[in-house]
Write a protein that binds this ligand. Sequence first.
Ligand SMILES: *[C@@H]1O[C@H](CO)[C@@H](O)[C@H](O)[C@H]1NC(C)=O
Ligand SMILES: *[C@@H]1O[C@H](CO)[C@@H](O)[C@H](O)[C@H]1NC(C)=O
Ligand SMILES: *[C@@H]1O[C@H](CO)[C@@H](O)[C@H](O)[C@H]1NC(C)=O
Ligand SMILES: *[C@@H]1O[C@H](CO)[C@@H](O)[C@H](O)[C@H]1NC(C)=O
Ligand SMILES: *[C@@H]1O[C@H](CO)[C@@H](O)[C@H](O)[C@H]1NC(C)=O
Ligand SMILES: *[C@@H]1O[C@H](CO)[C@@H](O)[C@H](O)[C@H]1NC(C)=O
Ligand SMILES: *[C@@H]1O[C@H](CO)[C@@H](O)[C@H](O)[C@H]1NC(C)=O
Ligand SMILES: *[C@@H]1O[C@H](CO)[C@@H](O)[C@H](O)[C@H]1NC(C)=O
Ligand SMILES: *[C@@H]1O[C@H](CO)[C@@H](O)[C@H](O)[C@H]1NC(C)=O
Ligand SMILES: *[C@@H]1O[C@H](CO)[C@@H](O)[C@H](O)[C@H]1NC(C)=O
Length: 342
Amino acid sequence: MRSLLLLLLLTAVSISTLMAAEADDEAALLAFKVAAINGGHGDPLASWNRSSALGFCSWEGVRCEGSHRRVVELSLPCYGLIGNLFSAIGNLTFLRTLNLISNWLQSSIPESIGCLASLQKLNLSYNTFSGPLPANLSSCVSLLYMDISSNRLHGRIPVELGHKLTSLQTLSLRNNSLTGAIPASLSNMSSLYYLNLGTNQIEGAIPPELGRIGGLRGLDLSGNKLSGVLPHSLYNLSMLTGFLVYRNLLSGTIPADIGNRLPNIEFINFSSNLSALSTLALNDNNLSGYVPSTLGRLQGLIGLYLSNNKLETKDSLVPVGKPLLSQFPNRNRQSGTKGPHL
Ligand SMILES: *[C@@H]1O[C@H](CO)[C@@H](O)[C@H](O)[C@H]1NC(C)=O
Ligand SMILES: *[C@@H]1O[C@H](CO)[C@@H](O)[C@H](O)[C@H]1NC(C)=O
Ligand SMILES: *[C@@H]1O[C@H](CO)[C@@H](O)[C@H](O)[C@H]1NC(C)=O
Ligand SMILES: *[C@@H]1O[C@H](CO)[C@@H](O)[C@H](O)[C@H]1NC(C)=O
Ligand SMILES: *[C@@H]1O[C@H](CO)[C@@H](O)[C@H](O)[C@H]1NC(C)=O
Ligand SMILES: *[C@@H]1O[C@H](CO)[C@@H](O)[C@H](O)[C@H]1NC(C)=O
Ligand SMILES: *[C@@H]1O[C@H](CO)[C@@H](O)[C@H](O)[C@H]1NC(C)=O
Ligand SMILES: *[C@@H]1O[C@H](CO)[C@@H](O)[C@H](O)[C@H]1NC(C)=O
Ligand SMILES: *[C@@H]1O[C@H](CO)[C@@H](O)[C@H](O)[C@H]1NC(C)=O
Ligand SMILES: *[C@@H]1O[C@H](CO)[C@@H](O)[C@H](O)[C@H]1NC(C)=O
């Protein structure tokens, strides 16, 4: 009898916890809505109201799962949201997908986003988010895809991201105003296959540790203020298909640290290790020395961009195989040309 009472009591307690969680998700969504449509015309989220018969799980862009009716997806691309991303987003603790691309959201990204430990896909690209990239994102340890490209983020890339986001496969912070150096800790993101930090104001040397991300297929560091030489370790990235470092302040030779003595021999190694490479963009830097003739052995290469450096060619540079969309060394600055992309 006593145990039955206890059971009833426990059931009652867990039901009330469940209802509280459900209520919390609704409250968090409503708080999100108020902040996100603030300042806009009309109400792009008119369906988000308490009178809708099926409750918040039926609201546009909201997907719930499980008997607990917790929100697992919030997907509102191109909704004309013009306000802020409110910190209550961190209360949707079952969220796995957050997709708010192509809106006009403009606050900083709230630190509470770190409460979303189940979040797998985060796409906030094409908004006007400002402020720093919160270090708390490193608590979103389930993240597989993170795309915050084309915003107005400032400040450094937090080193913490590399320490904890080891499941991350895609990271794009392209087209922001990030500064500081590339944290070497990013090399701990051992599942990464696409890294795009292009079009920022990132400076310093490319950390050699990036060469440890063995599965990397796309690396875009173009359009920054990176200096120093291309680390030799990058030539170890045998899966790499796109390698874009154009428009930086890189110097040295190709490959960087070998000097002019053995460029061809080194490029044999280079080409055998980079056999997957299809796009190589080194244009608009300060590279010098000879373009190694063995570049032509990169059989998969279809785009080669080398212009606006101080490179010299030998007669023998005749890349074989596929036709090249090549821009061979010339000193005529082609201003306004669009760079290659992955
Ligand atoms: C979010 O959760 C916090 C703490 O759990 C609570 O104080 C706050 O009221 C919640 N906010 C909303 C909008 O539900
Ligand atoms: C509330 O949402 C429902 C659809 O979920 C919609 O039909 C109704 O017009 C909305 N009510 C208001 C006041 O916006
Ligand atoms: C952000 O992270 C810091 C340090 O991990 C933590 O103290 C703080 O509570 C977090 N903020 C929020 C809003 O989760
Ligand atoms: C994020 O959304 C943009 C715009 O639709 C898309 O191009 C990009 O591939 C998405 N990022 C990820 C990681 O899925
Ligand atoms: C860069 O981001 C801004 C938003 O901050 C956007 O308007 C612009 O179209 C983006 N540029 C590219 C090339 O994606
Ligand atoms: C992350 O990478 C840094 C620099 O490469 C290294 O010193 C550190 O031990 C790594 N940390 C973890 C947790 O793997
Ligand atoms: C390339 O990888 C091999 C094997 O993993 C390693 O021994 C070597 O040190 C790496 N080379 C560079 C330059 O990092
Ligand atoms: C090519 O790869 C081999 C084995 O993975 C490694 O030992 C060698 O150092 C690499 N060559 C270059 C130029 O990085
Ligand atoms: C290139 O690789 C070969 C073996 O594949 C090695 O003997 C040679 O030393 C390497 N060249 C350089 C410059 O590392
Ligand atoms: C370009 O490289 C030369 C040496 O080759 C160096 O003297 C010069 O300072 C470099 N310029 C920049 C902008 O890094």
